[in-house]
Ligand binder design. Structure first.
Ligand SMILES: CC(C)(COP(=O)(O)OP(=O)(O)OC[C@H]1O[C@@H](n2cnc3c(N)ncnc32)[C@H](O)[C@@H]1OP(=O)(O)O)[C@@H](O)C(=O)NCCC(=O)NCCS
Length: 247
């Protein structure tokens, strides 16, 4: 990792075609690979989801998912010498007097990982938004840790107690279809759930879990408590840092 990292924050309508193309390219090369069940679970799209092949994202799909017209969305990107090395997209909306920010994508180039870049990129979303609540869905524990560090007080001080009542309704009110359709799952939401999941959501995203689970093992070996439980196939961990502008 070398060169000066430049971080920019760009409002949705100002995100250029080139910026979208760079983000789609970074995602398609460095995000992850399809898991063993992807092809059979994805129905007619299965032929595009061959196990072991990279999860790819087109420019159009990325714009549709993360910068949908009429939404208050934003891109934060990190570049080195003009080359994209990390990005996040977030969409904001109001829910019963609260301003919600939801991270719809976060990806850091493999060459730049484990240096605090994801945390730094997310921290730029937080700037001047101390009364906003933030949510994220991800299969990667490092994404969850980065969000908890940027918006809260880190994995060490995470508090899931308020999530059960509040977050399913917030997700249901989301203008982002992927968030709205996600089904909160795990023992936090259903005491009869015996999958080992505690605070996850079923997003029907069949990405391979080998890399995220290796990261989870590192966390456990480091003696860090992981309160979100296990990660069932097709699910993602669900994190939410709550702040209310009305209380
Ligand atoms: C997840 C991702 C965004 C992390 O980016 P990053 O710049 O390396 O993250 P940071 O350096 O800011 O680290 C954030 C936190 O996660 C921890 N972390 C980072 N990588 C980790 C790993 N591989 N294993 C365990 N912990 C890890 C850091 O120690 C830090 O924790 P702390 O602040 O609680 O101490 C990056 O790995 C990525 O883009 N991955 C692919 C995207 C994805 O989510 N894929 C899912 C399918 S594989």
């Amino acid at each position: 990792m070398s060169g000066t990292i430049v971080i920019e924050k760009i409002q949705g309508p100002d995100v250029s075609e080139e910026m979208i193309a760079q983000a789609a390219e970074l995602f398609s090369s460095d995000y992850g690979i399809w898991g063993p069940l992807a092809e059979e679970k994805m129905g007619t799209f299965g032929k595009f989801c061959k196990p072991g092949h990279p999860v790819k994202m087109s420019k159009n799909r990325l714009r549709e998912q993360s910068l949908a017209p009429g939404t208050d969305s934003i891109l934060v990107r990190a570049t080195v010498d003009g080359n994209l090395v990390g990005h996040t997209f977030a969409t904001f909306w109001d829910y019963e007097g609260r301003r919600i920010g939801w991270i719809t994508q976060l990806c850091v180039s493999r060459d730049f990982r484990r240096n605090g870049l994801a945390t730094k990129i997310l921290s730029h979303l937080r700037e001047n938004k101390h009364d906003h609540s933030f949510g994220i869905l991800s299969s990667h524990p490092a994404t969850i840790r980065a969000a908890l560090r940027a918006f809260g007080h880190g994995i060490e001080k995470v508090d899931l107690s308020g999530i059960k009542e509040l977050v399913p309704a917030i997700m249901d009110s989301s203008p982002v279809p992927y968030v709205k359709m996600a089904k909160p799952t795990g023992s936090l939401f259903d005491q009869g759930d015996h999958t080992g999941a505690v605070c996850c959501a079923d997003t029907a995203f069949w990405v391979d879990h080998a890399e995220p689970l290796a990261a989870l093992n590192v966390i456990k070996e480091d003696g860090i408590k992981w309160p979100f439980g296990d990660l069932p196939d097709g699910c993602e961990f669900l994190a939410f840092v709550s702040r209310s502008s009305v209380t």
